[in-house]
Design a protein around this ligand. Structure first.
Ligand code: 0RA
Length: 634
């Protein structure tokens, strides 16, 4: 039979690829930057499967100058023999048929779920060009594709003593909004993956810059190293990271945990290397068993009196950094973003593991155990004090008849969906903003200078701060365990600070507070950063505003440099109300930066670094990111 002849099977394949190109978001989540990076993760996941099966020790990723990406692994190589049913080499099937990425029904814990595991064929369909190279069985093979379609049959290029797979692809810029990769985003993801895959080396190279930038991740300690990394800028309560693993026939669970002297809880969970941001059965199992085990231990050692209340889960988790990683045969992912593990059998497995192994740890390390219990009791006392303080504020506000803080200039609208609140630095800028605003839907809350750094204080002290009380009452949601998104009084919460270092500091303090105590406001997409202009350029009667140095240059180029009056705004206070309205507050003209929380692990790191105790890492971070506004866009 001639090779060009189309069979019914070829047509099914083409229809499959066409479906992917028609509705890319269904397969890759989005066609924005997130979806683009997902292409790389998808290819890497296939190599990870080889590593999970025990055949791959190293993965190399290269971003080429034309934004094409190569992923190379030293696994067994995708099989090249003909699959009888299709009359084509297996590698071609893997690259062209939807859901043919697995090991043809083989063994092992596949990386699959959420948007992962959709297969190489999806990446192929969404690429202008793709080349696959396979070292296997003594030879090297190659095949090229365009828009998912093979350009020639698999070619045997020559002999080879190695094994492994190389995929190079160029994302289709007709489908993706951008095809520019962020080296940092890829590094962050690959570092995480390397932590979860003990001993696997993942290297990255960015050839778009000269000299090329390189990074390489390999952790012999696996998630123990992960926890140490997360606690690197914190003071540990005990030196040794607690680690244990347990297996049954369909799953393995690994847990690593270490307390620090801070007050925040940082538990991250994974299922088959996927960050389960919405939690699920493994998280529930972990929390339940942790609470029970610590209480049992405390009672058995008479650290709690018979009549005492149980220590609460929340207090037990104060200052805890933990990774819970499960790998299982058939993961079920649920929830809005498909990042909630649903397999009910996992809960029991994790519970038993934690109860046994953590119980053992506490028995064998009485000194550490005592520190943990002591910290928990302190947390419980602070929480009780905070509750009292809150009840007092509530009662007080009832007596005073109006619950809203005096400094708030509220808007007249009572519909949160159209209402906005500007949180403004300082009373003078607050005054301008009050004059500038549209009082129909814009409220103004001026805050005095630097609010309390919540990273360094417990809830009771935080609640004692007048500025924070005003903020909480104005937003209406309450905080921490009392938080209620539905009570938000505004669906746009806009932080407006001066465009200088102090302004950046105040903005970070406010963001830290929102992140730690009202995280769902950020997740709901209610939190924004105002972008006041940096320069005013006046030429005769015409006025232009520039929001960055680059924009200033563009304006000067356009209008020429004769007869101009250039003003650099050092603070919001230098603008009169009309200017403030026009540049920063008028919905028709302003630009707002939405704060998003895609990567909670990175966000936790950033807030710890920026707001924690250690000076060195903070300095390094600020120097590294000084020119980069991206870190504000958390
Ligand atoms: C199917 C079967 C086998 C390996 C693979 C696929 C495989 C796929 C990819 C994708 C990227 N790298 C990969 N490495 C391997 C098993 C082959 C065997 O039994 O020898």
């Amino acid at each position: 039979m001639k090779e060009a002849a189309y069979s019914a099977k070829d047509i099914t394949v083409l229809e499959g690829l066409e479906a992917v190109r028609k509705r890319p978001s269904m397969y890759i989540g989005s066609t924005g930057p997130k979806g683009l990076h997902h292409l790389v993760y998808e290819v890497v996941d296939n190599s990870i499967d080889e590593a999970l099966a025990g055949y791959c020790a190293e993965i190399n990723i290269i971003i080429h100058p034309d934004e094409s990406v190569t992923v190379h692994d030293d696994g067994r190589g995708i099989p090249v023999d003909k699959v009888q049913k299709y009359g084509k080499p297996a590698v071609e099937i893997v690259l062209t048929m939807l859901h043919a990425g697995g090991k043809f029904g083989g063994e092992g814990y596949h990386v699959s779920g959420g948007l992962h595991g959709v297969g190489l064929s999806v990446v192929n369909a969404l690429s202008k060009q793709l080349r696959v190279g396979v070292h296997r069985g003594g030879s090297f093979y190659e095949q090229d594709y365009a828009y998912g379609k093979p350009q020639h049959p698999l070619k045997k290029i020559g002999p080879s003593k190695k094994t492994g797979t190389t995929v190079t692809f160029l994302a289709d810029d007709g489908i993706f909004e951008t095809v520019e990769y962020s080296f940092e985003t890829l590094c962050q993801h690959m570092r995480e993956t390397a932590f979860l895959m003990k001993g696997l080396r993942i290297s990255l190279k960015d050839e778009r810059v000269t000299p090329a930038e390189e990074a390489s991740f390999c952790y012999e300690g696996g998630i123990i190293d992960f926890v140490q990394h997360l606690n690197a800028n914190k003071d540990p309560l005990h030196m040794k990271v607690i680690y244990f693993e347990a297996k049954d026939k369909d799953a393995v669970v690994e847990v690593a945990m270490q307390y620090n002297l801070g007050y925040t809880e940082a538990i991250f969970t994974f299922a088959n290397n996927i960050n389960t941001q919405e939690g699920g059965t493994h998280l529930v199992g972990f929390k339940n068993a942790l609470t029970r085990t610590v209480n049992d231990y405390a009672r058995s050692k008479a650290l709690l009196k018979e009549k005492d209340d149980n220590l609460s889960g929340e207090d037990i988790r104060e200052g805890l950094t933990a990774i819970v990683s499960v790998k299982l045969k058939e993961p079920q992912f649920e929830g809005q973003t498909k990042t909630k593990l649903g397999n009910s059998e996992i809960r029991g497995l994790v519970e038993t593991a934690v109860a046994d192994k953590l119980g053992e740890f506490l028995e064998e390390n009485p000194k550490e155990a005592k520190l943990v219990i002591g910290k928990t009791i302190a947390a419980a006392q602070a929480r009780a004090a905070a509750r009292k303080a809150r009840e007092l504020t509530r009662r007080k506000s009832l007596l005073e008849s109006t619950a809203l803080p005096g400094k708030l200039a509220d808007c007249s609208s009572r519909d949160p969906a159209v209402s906005e609140i500007y949180i403004v630095e300082g009373d003078s800028a607050g005054g301008s903003a009050k004059q500038a605003r549209d009082r129909g839907f814009q409220a103004i809350l001026p805050l005095k200078g630097k609010i309390l750094n919540v990273e360094k204080a417990r809830l009771n002290r935080i609640l004692a701060s007048e500025e924070i009380q005003a903020l909480i009452t104005a937003l209406g949601t309450s905080i921490a365990e009392d938080f209620e998104l539905g009570n938000a009084r505004y669906h746009k919460i806009i932080i407006m600070t001066d465009a200088d270092i102090d302004g950046a500091h105040i903005r970070t303090l406010i963001l830290t507070f929102l992140y730690r105590y009202m995280q769902d406001l950020i997740k709901a997409g209610y939190v924004y950063i105002a972008q006041p202009p940096l320069f005013k350029v006046a030429q005769k009667k015409e006025v232009h505003y520039a929001y960055s140095d680059r924009e200033l240059e563009e304006i000067l180029k356009r209008i020429g440099k004769s007869n101009i009056n250039l003003q650099r705004y050092k603070g919001l206070g230098e603008m009169n109300p009309e200017q403030l309205w026009e540049t920063t507050m008028d919905p028709a003209k302003r630009t707002l930066l939405k704060v998003n929380l895609e990567d909670t692990i990175l966000a936790d790191e950033i807030f710890t670094t920026l707001m924690g105790d250690k000076v060195e890492p903070r300095r390094d971070f600020i120097i590294k990111h000084a020119k980069d506004v991206r870190f504000l866009d958390i």
